[in-house]
Design a protein around this ligand. Sequence first.
Ligand code: NAD
Length: 469
Amino acid sequence: MKVCVVGTGYVGLVTGACLAYAGHQVVCVDNNAAKVALMQAGQSPIYEPGLTDIMQAAMQAGALQFTTDLAAGVTHGEVLFIAVGTPPLPTGESDTRYVEAVARGIGQHLTTGYKVIVNKSTVPIGSGDWVRRIVLDAIAERSEPVTAQFDVVSNPEFLREGSAVYDSFNPDRIVLGGSSQKALDRMQALYAPIINRCFAENSDLPPVPVVTTDLSSAETIKYAANAFLATKISFINEIANICDRVGADVTQVAQGIGLDSRIGSKFLQAGIGWGGSCFPKDVAALVHTADDYGYEAELLKAAVSTNSRQRILAVEKLQQVLGILKGKTIGLLGLTFKPDTDDMRDTPALDLIAQLNRLGAKVKAYDPMYLEDSHGFHTVPDQVILTSTPEQLAENCDAIVLVTDWQQFQELDYANLAQQMNLAILIDGRNYLNPETIAEAGFYYVGIGRPAAGNPLAAMRSLRQQVPA
Ligand code: NAD
């Protein structure tokens, strides 16, 4: 099938590349000429495991092209995906201006035939009908007759950054919302190779469930899914904060409750809060929609406020151990909101950097994705000094905060890192490391909702040795 994907970010590029790899003829459109040039050269502008390989394979097979020319994409596609960003406005609403621009552009360039326009972006509930209206208005403004017909389908995306390619070929479900059977049938045909697990890790599993709904239910499913997951994390973080006060260990509590099949063990890792480009904005948008319709979403608001506090909990823990932070040097181990991505949008590291700077601390960071001042299309705030190795990070630090659970942080030589530091203090913001191992390496280990490990006085010894007698 001929497919056009507008917007080649984490969702659009992965969707376009996977559909091309699965045998469709895909044209990806982006209005960022620098990104398009990079992709035309076979390079991905984002870091996503496995993406470059499938992109290059699909390009070599002649199934995947990149352009800035929306008209060419619209003419090509029988299915037109809108996959542009919907970032948050200060009010919590989604900024839908990019979706609007693409919908108008589609209306300006439709000519003949029948097209299915697909909202893949996470859009406010009701956007399916809104997109239809914008396309119709753009068609009406044209002087020439337009014979093209179209339907709008909502097809929310559930991929996780860091395993987006895997998720695209192995989805838990595909959600299709719309009222036109013709459009829904076309979408089923488009996804047939994925539904039938032709590219799945385990092709023997039954077909991927397809949930077919009306437009606004599909749009709501996306928000409800993210709001549930965010709330589940806020829940375990709240339990962790109680554990901290009563001396319990939240990792054991999570194991104990997670084995209950009604609860499940996923998204029960306590830490320094949720972030990234989706949870914060999607929960805020759902709260805003509820407000718009006269309902106060108290549970979701509580999940958000628990998270805001949690995102700077590491600062509180640093204060408890170090006292005054002014003049101290704090190293952040990791910057991204989770491992295996370069996405810096709304990562808790940003709150930590801002707060530590405000309190007069110097902030250094090591992240395998950000060894230089800027990387790709994301930038790191000026107030943080980037280092190229964990050892450089540790040098003269008064404490390290593990922000991101990158796999390689399990294997660091912590005894060596402790030697480089003024004070060997480690705040494990993801409960990712083994407290005893880290304590044996010479650190005073502080986790989230679990007992500390190690000897704080020993961890301070190196500083005392520097003080003249
Ligand atoms: P992104 O910011 O990474 O990418 C958006 C792309 O759209 C950019 O490359 C930008 O240049 C391009 N663009 C903007 N306006 C354009 C226009 N008028 N014409 C052509 N291209 C244009 O965004 P993303 O993270 O891929 O998210 C896209 C949507 O998918 C959002 O609504 C998001 O909420 C949703 N979503 C994201 C994820 C995720 O993990 N990132 C997961 C599920 C759903």
